[in-house]
Write a protein that binds this ligand. Structure first.
Ligand SMILES: [Zn+2]
Length: 249
């Protein structure tokens, strides 16, 4: 059975003599893996359409009782070649792709998440600030996958805190100052400014997102909170985050 889908290439690695094993996030069926036969030799069928960050139209072929999908051809819709030209952009983009690969379930359609990734990569390619876009992506992507942290009510007493709160990565929520128990552990403090920015970003359409101008402090607070949150969801750190730290911080 043949089918076509728009897809963003997450990664592509050499397989055997001439093939490529490609991981991609597709509009119609979410995360998938497929083999592109002869991809390293046939420029006509694939061109640069299987490179990371590229938005391509893939022609897929599947046979019953066969696990791996075959990618027959790839046509580039948007190459996003500006991302690879800049260290900050490619480091932030790599974190986004790793988040998708680690968190999006295989074969499960999520059109809003696909659209979000393609919009964010488009802005990254155009030169919008990489760390800002990464924060926006984390906020919206986790919410679309059902992992949205709740920052506006205290997990313990339920009130809407007025001042700083403490973020609990394990629970994806916050504690108000009255419910904080000083345990001696390092505490992840989040200001009301960061909470306000988080909800603004969550609700704002992507075509207006560049109007938001958060301070460096707010971006750092939310960056730490999301690192802790994804660590607890995945049970591990993202590898690409280390590279981003060496490049951007
Ligand atoms: Zn409380």
């Amino acid at each position: 059975m043949k089918s076509k889908t728009e897809a963003i290439i997450i990664s592509s690695m050499n397989l055997g003599e001439a093939d490529k094993l490609v991981t991609f996030f597709s509009l119609h069926r979410g995360m998938l893996k497929g083999v592109a036969k002869n991809a390293r030799k046939s420029f006509k069928r694939f061109g640069a359409g299987l490179e990371s960050f590229t938005l391509s139209r893939l022609l897929l072929y599947e046979r019953e009782h066969q696990d791996l999908i075959r990618i027959e051809s790839a046509d580039i819709i948007e190459q996003h070649s500006g991302i690879g030209c800049d260290l900050g952009r490619s480091a932030a983009g790599a974190v986004m792709l790793e988040l998708v690969r680690e968190m999006a379930p295989l074969g499960e359609r999520n059109a809003p998440a696909f659209l979000l990734l393609s919009q964010v990569l488009h802005l990254l390619d155009e030169g919008e600030e990489p760390l800002f876009l990464l924060r926006i992506f984390e906020i919206k992507f986790l919410s679309l996958l059902g992992y949205q942290p709740k920052l506006d009510h205290c997990l313990s007493c339920g009130i809407q805190p007025k001042g700083d709160v403490i973020f609990l990565g394990m629970k994806g929520g916050v504690l108000c100052p009255d419910c904080m128990v000083s345990s001696g552990d390092p505490q992840l403090r989040i200001s009301q400014g960061a909470v306000g920015f988080y909800y603004q970003a969550l609700r704002m359409d992507m075509d207006k997102i560049s109007r938001l101008k958060p301070s460096v402090g707010i971006m750092q607070e939310l960056g730490q909170a999301f690192s802790a949150h994804t660590f607890h969801i995945l049970g591990k750190k993202l590898k690409s985050m280390e590279f981003l730290r060496t490049v951007c911080c």
